[in-house]
Ligand binder design. Structure first.
Ligand SMILES: Nc1ncnc2c1ncn2[C@@H]1O[C@H](COP(=O)(O)OP(=O)(O)OP(=O)(O)O)[C@@H](O)[C@H]1O
Length: 532
């Protein structure tokens, strides 16, 4: 890891009275939010002091994002009060919260797809900021932060990891007095996360306050001075995270022990169910990553992991495998021996394949459709659900019930719109929707993004069990610990190339990290990867 670069000094200094140890910068007193009869935040008391990094923990659906939305004026409370530097605080909208110096890196990105990176950043800054100078500043600052971004690129072309970088850089450029980050590292690489932590530590040293939401408890212990834990919309504990173990924090969040996934030893590894040979793709997007001679196979009974920094071809690989991007040579992708590089996604599903894209809202699920209609999107070829062109609504609702039960999807109402689910619950739903089809091949991108420890363990267990039943499972993930934990073999993508797959027992985190950064590739591979 390289040392974090010095960052540009903030232009706006904090008031001299804001010093670590001061009285609370922000307070919530008995804050309550209801959705119909469901209480998402139940009399929350929270005090965030300047010069502190304060963790907000809780399992999926505990009410963390709801609290953040209240603080930022995105929704209004039904009871209780908030105070800012001791004075009553009731922001009517996000602009008012921003004017007080509250910055937000949200879990569901608030970005306009058709605008460029620079245009999106400009929208979060004072109106007078000229776009041209902003683009140059943004390029410089994003490099300094170790979060590379191309200011001219349109957002719709970017991966989830790249979108996350925009959110973070945009919030940091606002030099907030109180910065709230909702799962910021879920799709960042370890070195990107390290740079972010260094930046948060700088904010703390300057007397600013940070509210940090993460399901990664080791990060919380490393970074945070105090932790407030929510369960079922209520505060159940406020503690020093370093005085706890990750297991005891997880227990406080979940209310019981969290079990770790267990591999199923002794099951047979069969023939290749997915074979990719010499896959070359030149994406339409001039900023996309060309895939160069990607070759690998995934056999029945095994999990293959693909690691890599976002933007190194993982999106293009997923699109080619799923049929969202068709390839000229049909034989470059075989599913159970059948050439299918030129087949659309429905035909690939009929061959027994299932796909889970990384972007849950907008790609994997339509936000404004109910869960049952979202289930129909990938199950419509099944005769039990659609017969003679008629949708069997009762069977569909039953399917949603089965997914929700099997994957512990918690909703505030029956068959709600996808956008009403908490991030983690929607993730459980879209992964569960595909696993319940019992596919012979599952390709999944970032399976446990935003999941709490218990839910992530449950999803990983489901992937292990699916492979043990004979399916081939391909997991694309930026979470190296996840890949090392569940994959039988792992490869790394760099500049559109895939390293040879290595047995996960024979490769460690450090070697993977080096490959992700472009070191340690065989000479020829490195030359190709660098475009020589
Ligand atoms: N607009 C809404 N309408 C109805 N229910 C909602 C709405 N937004 C959130 N909820 C419900 O409120 C509960 C808390 O959701 P919230 O997003 O605050 O959880 P969270 O702790 O942030 O979870 P995660 O870790 O999964 O992001 C969930 O059960 C969710 O279904």
């Amino acid at each position: 890891m390289t040392d974090p670069s010095p960052l540009p000094r903030p232009t706006r200094q904090l008031a001299p009275d804001a010093r670590p140890g001061d009285a609370a910068l922000f307070e919530a007193i008995g804050l309550t939010k209801r959705y119909g009869g469901f209480v998402a935040n139940d009399s929350i008391d929270l005090a965030v002091a300047p010069g502190r990094i304060h963790a907000l923990l809780g399992e999926n659906g505990a009410g963390k994002s709801t609290l953040v939305k209240l603080i930022c004026g995105l929704i209004q409370p039904d009871g209780g009060a908030m105070r800012w530097r001791g004075a009553p605080f009731a922001p009517e909208g996000p602009a008012e919260a921003r004017a007080h110096g509250i910055g937000l890196v949200s879990q569901h990105f608030a970005l306009f797809d058709n605008l460029t990176v620079a245009e999106n950043v400009a929208l979060g800054l004072p109106a007078a900021t000229p776009l041209r100078s902003l683009a140059a500043r943004l390029a410089q600052v994003s490099e300094d932060y170790g979060l590379p971004l191309d200011p001219k690129r349109e957002v719709w072309r970017l991966s989830v990891g790249e979108r996350q970088r925009i959110e973070i850089v945009r919030a940091l450029l606002q030099e907030p007095r109180f910065l709230i980050l909702d799962e910021p590292t879920a799709v960042l690489t370890p070195s990107e996360a390290d740079r972010l932590f260094a930046e948060l530590e700088r904010l703390r040293a300057e007397g600013r306050a940070v509210l940090y939401i993460s399901h990664r408890l080791d990060e919380v212990q490393r970074l945070c001075d105090v932790a407030t834990i929510l369960r079922g919309g209520r505060v159940v504990a406020t503690c020093d995270p370093r005085a706890n173990t990750t297991a005891s924090l997880a227990r406080l969040m979940v209310g019981s022990e969290v079990s770790q996934p267990r591999s199923q030893p002794g099951h047979a590894i069969g023939a290749a169910r997915l074979s990719v040979a010499g896959l070359d793709i030149n994406p339409d997007d001039p900023h996309g990553t060309a895939l160069q001679a990607v070759s690998f196979d995934v056999r029945g009974g095994e999990i293959v992991g693909i690691a890599g920094v976002a933007g190194n071809g993982q999106e293009e690989l997923f699109a080619a495998l799923s049929g969202e991007a068709l390839v000229r040579d049909a034989r470059s992708i075989l599913i159970d021996g059948q050439p299918c590089g030129d087949l659309p996604i429905t035909r690939r599903r009929e061959l027994g394949a299932a796909f889970v894209p990384e972007q849950r809202l907008g790609h994997a699920a339509v936000p404004t459709l109910s869960l049952s209609d979202n289930a129909l999107l990938t199950h419509h070829a099944e005769p039990s659900l659609v017969r003679h062109g008629f949708i069997r609504r009762a069977a569909l609702r039953d399917l949603v019930e089965r997914i929700s039960t099997a994957f512990d999807v918690r909703t505030a109402a029956r068959d709600p719109e996808a956008r009403r689910l908490s991030g983690g619950n929607l993730q459980k739903f879209i992964v569960g929707r595909e696993i319940l089809r019992q596919p012979k091949l599952l390709v999944v991108n970032q399976p446990s993004w935003g999941l709490d420890a218990g839910a992530a363990a449950a999803i990983r267990q489901a992937l292990i069990d699916l492979a043990a039943q004979g399916a081939a499972v391909l997991v694309i993930s930026q979470d190296l610990d996840e890949l090392i934990e569940i994959a039988d073999r792992i490869g790394v993508m760099f500049h559109g190339r895939l390293s040879p797959l290595a047995a996960s027992s024979a490769i460690d985190r450090e070697q993977l990290g080096l490959l992700m950064g472009g070191s340690g590739w065989p000479q020829r591979e490195a030359q190709h990867a660098a475009g020589a």
